[in-house]
Design a protein around this ligand. Structure first.
Ligand code: ZN
Length: 131
Protein backbone atom coordinates (compact mmCIF):
# COMPACT_ATOMS: atom_id res chain seq x y z
CA UNK A 1 0.00 0.00 0.00
CA UNK A 2 1.24 3.47 -0.91
CA UNK A 3 0.16 6.17 1.51
CA UNK A 4 -1.82 8.91 -0.22
CA UNK A 5 -0.55 11.49 2.25
CA UNK A 6 3.15 11.00 1.39
CA UNK A 7 3.80 13.09 -1.74
CA UNK A 8 0.23 13.74 -2.75
CA UNK A 9 0.51 13.15 -6.52
CA UNK A 10 3.68 11.03 -6.61
CA UNK A 11 1.92 7.64 -7.03
CA UNK A 12 -0.35 9.10 -9.74
CA UNK A 13 2.62 10.50 -11.67
CA UNK A 14 4.75 7.37 -11.25
CA UNK A 15 1.91 5.16 -12.55
CA UNK A 16 1.23 7.50 -15.49
CA UNK A 17 4.86 7.01 -16.51
CA UNK A 18 4.05 3.28 -16.81
CA UNK A 19 0.83 3.94 -18.74
CA UNK A 20 -1.45 3.20 -15.78
CA UNK A 21 -4.22 5.46 -14.47
CA UNK A 22 -3.96 5.17 -10.68
CA UNK A 23 -6.47 6.94 -8.42
CA UNK A 24 -7.17 6.92 -4.69
CA UNK A 25 -10.01 4.63 -3.55
CA UNK A 26 -11.30 4.23 0.00
CA UNK A 27 -10.40 0.85 1.51
CA UNK A 28 -13.46 1.02 3.79
CA UNK A 29 -16.35 2.03 1.49
CA UNK A 30 -14.83 1.77 -2.02
CA UNK A 31 -15.52 5.41 -2.98
CA UNK A 32 -13.03 6.75 -5.53
CA UNK A 33 -11.39 10.07 -4.61
CA UNK A 34 -10.09 12.97 -6.68
CA UNK A 35 -8.16 15.04 -5.93
CA UNK A 36 -6.16 12.91 -3.47
CA UNK A 37 -6.87 13.59 0.20
CA UNK A 38 -5.84 12.06 3.50
CA UNK A 39 -9.33 10.81 4.40
CA UNK A 40 -12.26 9.50 2.32
CA UNK A 41 -14.71 12.26 1.29
CA UNK A 42 -17.60 9.87 1.99
CA UNK A 43 -16.79 8.00 5.23
CA UNK A 44 -13.48 9.40 6.50
CA UNK A 45 -11.71 6.07 5.88
CA UNK A 46 -8.20 5.63 4.48
CA UNK A 47 -7.69 5.88 0.70
CA UNK A 48 -5.37 3.52 -1.15
CA UNK A 49 -4.16 3.77 -4.77
CA UNK A 50 -5.99 1.52 -7.29
CA UNK A 51 -5.99 1.22 -11.08
CA UNK A 52 -8.99 2.98 -12.65
CA UNK A 53 -10.81 1.67 -15.74
CA UNK A 54 -9.67 4.59 -17.93
CA UNK A 55 -13.20 5.07 -19.29
CA UNK A 56 -15.41 8.10 -18.83
CA UNK A 57 -17.64 10.73 -20.39
CA UNK A 58 -16.83 14.23 -21.58
CA UNK A 59 -18.31 16.77 -19.20
CA UNK A 60 -17.11 20.24 -20.26
CA UNK A 61 -14.27 21.48 -22.45
CA UNK A 62 -12.53 24.58 -23.76
CA UNK A 63 -10.04 25.32 -26.53
CA UNK A 64 -6.73 26.86 -25.44
CA UNK A 65 -5.46 29.17 -28.18
CA UNK A 66 -2.74 31.04 -26.24
CA UNK A 67 -0.01 28.98 -24.60
CA UNK A 68 -0.03 29.44 -20.82
CA UNK A 69 3.71 28.63 -20.72
CA UNK A 70 6.41 28.84 -23.44
CA UNK A 71 6.84 25.03 -23.47
CA UNK A 72 3.16 24.66 -24.50
CA UNK A 73 3.51 26.93 -27.56
CA UNK A 74 3.85 24.04 -30.04
CA UNK A 75 0.62 22.45 -28.74
CA UNK A 76 -1.85 25.31 -29.31
CA UNK A 77 -4.66 25.15 -30.14
CA UNK A 78 -5.58 22.24 -27.84
CA UNK A 79 -8.64 21.09 -25.93
CA UNK A 80 -8.74 21.00 -22.12
CA UNK A 81 -11.66 19.25 -20.47
CA UNK A 82 -13.26 17.83 -17.39
CA UNK A 83 -13.90 14.11 -17.86
CA UNK A 84 -16.35 12.30 -15.57
CA UNK A 85 -14.66 8.95 -15.00
CA UNK A 86 -16.70 5.75 -14.69
CA UNK A 87 -15.45 5.69 -11.08
CA UNK A 88 -17.48 8.85 -10.36
CA UNK A 89 -14.68 11.41 -10.09
CA UNK A 90 -13.89 14.32 -12.41
CA UNK A 91 -10.42 14.69 -13.91
CA UNK A 92 -9.06 17.87 -15.55
CA UNK A 93 -7.25 16.70 -18.66
CA UNK A 94 -6.75 17.19 -22.39
CA UNK A 95 -8.76 15.69 -25.25
CA UNK A 96 -6.51 14.64 -28.13
CA UNK A 97 -7.19 13.41 -31.67
CA UNK A 98 -10.57 15.15 -32.09
CA UNK A 99 -11.23 18.82 -32.79
CA UNK A 100 -13.50 20.82 -30.50
CA UNK A 101 -16.16 21.05 -33.23
CA UNK A 102 -16.85 17.31 -33.02
CA UNK A 103 -17.13 17.19 -29.22
CA UNK A 104 -20.40 16.95 -27.31
CA UNK A 105 -21.35 16.53 -23.67
CA UNK A 106 -21.56 12.90 -22.61
CA UNK A 107 -19.28 11.57 -25.35
CA UNK A 108 -17.47 8.36 -24.30
CA UNK A 109 -13.73 8.87 -23.88
CA UNK A 110 -10.81 6.62 -22.97
CA UNK A 111 -7.53 7.36 -21.22
CA UNK A 112 -4.27 7.39 -23.15
CA UNK A 113 -0.87 8.66 -22.11
CA UNK A 114 1.06 11.46 -23.77
CA UNK A 115 4.46 13.06 -23.12
CA UNK A 116 4.25 16.10 -20.88
CA UNK A 117 6.17 19.35 -21.44
CA UNK A 118 8.28 18.22 -18.46
CA UNK A 119 11.00 15.83 -19.67
CA UNK A 120 10.54 12.11 -18.93
CA UNK A 121 7.02 12.60 -17.61
CA UNK A 122 3.87 11.25 -19.19
CA UNK A 123 0.37 12.51 -18.42
CA UNK A 124 -3.11 11.03 -18.80
CA UNK A 125 -5.03 12.47 -21.77
CA UNK A 126 -8.30 11.26 -23.29
CA UNK A 127 -9.41 10.22 -26.78
CA UNK A 128 -12.96 9.93 -28.09
CA UNK A 129 -14.04 6.28 -27.82
CA UNK A 130 -17.01 6.31 -30.22
CA UNK A 131 -17.45 7.44 -33.78
ZN1 ZN B 1 -14.91 5.72 2.41
Amino acid sequence: MISVSSGRLAPYREAAGRGVLLLPRCVDCGTWQWPPRAACRHCGGAPDWREASGGGRLSTWSVVTRAPRPECQADVPYVVAFVELDEGVRLFTRIVGTGAGALRTGLRVRCRFAPSPEPAVSIPVFVVAEG
